[in-house]
Ligand binder design. Structure first.
Ligand SMILES: Nc1ncnc2c1ncn2[C@@H]1O[C@H](COP(=O)(O)OP(=O)(O)OP(=O)(O)O)[C@@H](O)[C@H]1O
Length: 304
């Protein structure tokens, strides 16, 4: 079992601190979503974990070893950092084969990863003619070649069609089910909702949240109740008087927070208010994420 440990990680480029005293762990057997707005420092952190950039301070280790100290890194950690990195003139099979040979891995692994990523039928084709989705699969096949216990994906679904997105999501989940530690970055909360078990959220290089997905859902955006009533105006006043916060929902409804649906129902019965609907709302993940990261977005567009 291999865990990624990031401890007090800091990276400066000239005067800019792009990763700032960041600490978190990525546990085996689950998908950890690494979230943050554009420019938050996700790619930099992943590049440091993969030994592609040196930290200014702190460390990022794989099972307590630096990437540079791993004897055959491909057998310990695989990464998809940039799908465009594959040599376009090479055939998929040849690309994987060259990678296997240079890492001392058996040829059968090439067949195995081609099968696992559904690329068998295009193994003899040049990667240059591949769609983005197929290039992503080839990048993932490369990452899996050494059967590593840790996998790192940087924005893997960027630019993919819905089918490609679904495939990657399912694939990441299956890797976690096999007991691997999977770290996947995104700047979109909604993407993580269906994939991640755990969330690490950063903004301006700093840790904002490190939490289980279900805890995150409970803590953010939960507790709003939609109330539909023909007497919306009058009931809003009753609710506010009882201590709730009330916003206008889609007409003629109210969005109430600070009271449970049971309490709202009792208040309505007491004042003989007719209710057409009383439903606890699913938290909007995107809203929760925006709220969490709003102070750490570097360039905010002017709001209309
Ligand atoms: N080699 C470098 N030299 C100077 N600045 C850099 C370098 N690499 C990254 N940066 C800066 O570090 C900051 C963080 O970038 P990074 O790519 O890690 O963020 P990110 O969270 O992955 O964002 P995105 O989702 O846009 O890729 C950015 O402001 C970027 O311009």
């Amino acid at each position: 079992m291999t865990t990624i440990h990031v401890r007090g990680l800091t990276k400066r480029y000239g005067p800019d601190t792009v990763v700032d005293d960041l600490s978190f762990t990525v546990e085996p057997g689950q998908v950890t979503g690494f979230l943050g707005p554009n420019g938050a420092g996700k790619s930099t952190t992943m590049r440091i974990i993969m030994g592609l950039a040196a930290p200014t301070a702190g460390s990022a280790t794989l099972g307590d070893r630096d990437y540079r100290d791993l004897p055959v890194p491909l057998t310990e950690v695989g990464a998809l950092l940039d799908a465009a990195a594959v040599h376009g003139s090479r055939k998929a099979y040849d690309h994987l084969h060259a990678l296997a040979v240079s890492n001392g891995l058996p040829r059968r692994r090439v067949e195995e990863v081609l099968a696992r990523t559904g690329l068998e039928s295009v193994a003899g084709k040049r990667a240059g003619g591949f769609s983005l989705g197929m290039r992503q699969r080839l990048g993932i096949a490369s990452a899996l070649l050494g059967d590593p216990r840790v996998l790192i994906f940087d924005e893997p679904v960027n630019g993919l069609d819905p089918e490609g997105i679904r495939w990657i999501r399912d694939f990441m989940r299956s890797l976690a089910r096999e007991g691997r530690a999977v770290l996947v970055s995104s700047h979109l909360m909604s993407e993580m909702a269906q994939t991640a078990d755990h969330l690490v959220v950063i903004g301006r290089g700093r840790l904002i949240a490190d939490t289980g997905m279900s805890e995150f859902l409970r803590a953010n955006g939960g507790g709003t109740v939609l109330v539909r009533t023909p007497e919306a105006g009058a009931f809003a006043l009753r609710l506010t008087a009882a201590g709730a916060t009330v916003r206008q929902g889609p007409e003629p409804s109210l969005l109430v927070s600070g009271m449970t649906s049971d309490e709202i129902g009792r208040l309505a019965a007491y004042h003989r208010v007719t209710l057409g609907e009383l439903s606890p709302q699913q938290p909007s993940l995107e809203d929760a994420f925006m709220e969490l990261t709003k102070d750490s977005v570097e360039y905010q567009g002017a709001t209309a």
